[in-house]
Design a protein around this ligand. Structure first.
Ligand code: SAH
Length: 353
């Protein structure tokens, strides 16, 4: 558990006997100042010391390894949780935004063939606080780099819509307590149809990304096993409901796999699904993983695929393969650390976010 799992009422219980305004001071310290309890100088020293020792207020994320790339603009962290489960988070600075990519589960049960996390399997759900704490750690690191964390994407380990309640509560905390705009929060799903339907009536204006990767059932069954449970007809139906109900733009993620989903007819099939939904497509060349040693599409094919989509009335942007040198594809750092790879530099907490 994490200190960020505590509700205001639970914080108040820890502060019994103190003036009521201490609850706000503590919450402000944790979520706005991004401080450790022992750093809250607004509190009297004795109280600060007591809170600093309170097990309920301990942090949940222990930094195991850090990798940096893109001249320091990208940092990927591997964290251990209290039970030894490991998760990843990635902080990316662009000229006008800083984004953290966070995990919603340790491991993942979706078993997508090309995904390192899917290859490793499911460990457990993350608590709301374990999700929120990744954002806090990234916001601290951004601040140390004189940047402001302003975007959150649920594109780390796990399937957020398979941990719906805790993810939904985490979004509430990220928006209300940390102060990141809901429209700057993106939930990415492999296509959990009941979850997409629930998001249609979710009160927060978050963005939805669907990891499509294939626009015919035969190929999608192979790449994304969940497609056998929720085939494309059901998935696109849920997407249409979502778009109609929220009037928000939907995006599709499409990892370009050489010779598999990067041809003209793949663009045809994708456009047939994306265009009626007004969906935007994010293209990314596949990052090869040990369990799926297939190459991403070469740059010329990526460009041709994007042009083919544009010719069919579908907007697509190419996502830079940030941090390729640091195994930034989902689950790769964890997989390498588990294999005892010496290039995964072990760190002490000193100097960590
Ligand atoms: N389970 C959610 C969120 C986590 S994955 C989902 O599937 O959307 C975040 C994104 O990374 C997804 O679009 C996923 O398909 C993509 N991804 C996973 N492994 C990849 C790889 N090896 N190369 C490129 N993209 C990958």
């Amino acid at each position: 558990m994490s200190r960020y799992d505590l509700t205001r009422a639970e914080l108040a219980a820890l502060l019994r006997g103190e003036p009521a305004y201490r609850v706000n001071q503590l919450a402000d310290g944790l979520y706005r100042q991004l401080a450790e309890p022992a750093e809250l100088t607004a509190l009297p020293a004795a109280l600060r010391a007591r809170l600093g020792r309170a097990p309920e207020l301990a942090g949940a994320l222990d930094l195991v390894a850090e990798q940096r790339a893109d001249a320091g603009a990208t940092a990927k962290w591997l964290f251990a949780l209290h039970d030894g489960a490991q998760i990843e988070a990635v902080l990316m600075h662009a000229p006008r935004r800083s984004t953290v990519c966070i995990s919603s589960q340790a491991g993942c049960a979706m078993a997508c063939s090309f995904c390192a996390t899917g290859q490793a399997g499911f460990v457990r759900q993350l608590s709301t606080g374990e999700i929120v704490e990744q954002v806090v750690r990234a916001a601290r690191a951004a601040r140390a780099a004189e940047r402001r964390l302003d975007h959150v994407v649920f594109m780390g380990m796990g399937e957020p819509l398979a941990n719906f309640e805790r993810v939904a509560r985490a979004v509430g905390v990220i928006v209300d307590e940390i102060g990141i705009a809901a429209r700057h929060v993106t939930i990415s799903t492999v296509g959990v149809v009941p979850g997409i339907r629930r998001l249609s009536t979710f009160p927060r204006q978050v963005n939805l990304a669907v990891s499509l990767h294939a626009a015919n059932d035969a190929l999608r069954d192979e790449l994304v096993p969940l497609n056998r449970r929720y085939p494309l007809s059901e998935l696109t139906d849920a997407c249409a409901t979502y778009v109609a109900a929220t009037r928000r733009r939907l995006s599709f993620e499409w990892a370009l796999i050489a010779g598999r989903n990067d041809r003209e007819r793949d663009a045809d099939e994708l456009a047939a699904i994306a265009r009626p939904l007004g969906a935007h497509v994010n293209l990314i060349p596949l990052n090869p993983t040990p369990g799926f040693p297939v190459l991403g599409s070469p740059p010329a094919r990526v460009d041709a695929f994007r042009a083919a989509l544009a010719a069919r009335g579908v907007n697509a942007t190419l996502r830079r393969t940030r941090g390729r040198t640091i195994d930034a594809a989902c689950g790769q750092l964890a997989a390498r650390a588990a294999a005892g790879d010496a290039s995964v530099r072990a760190l002490s907490m000193r100097g960590a976010p």
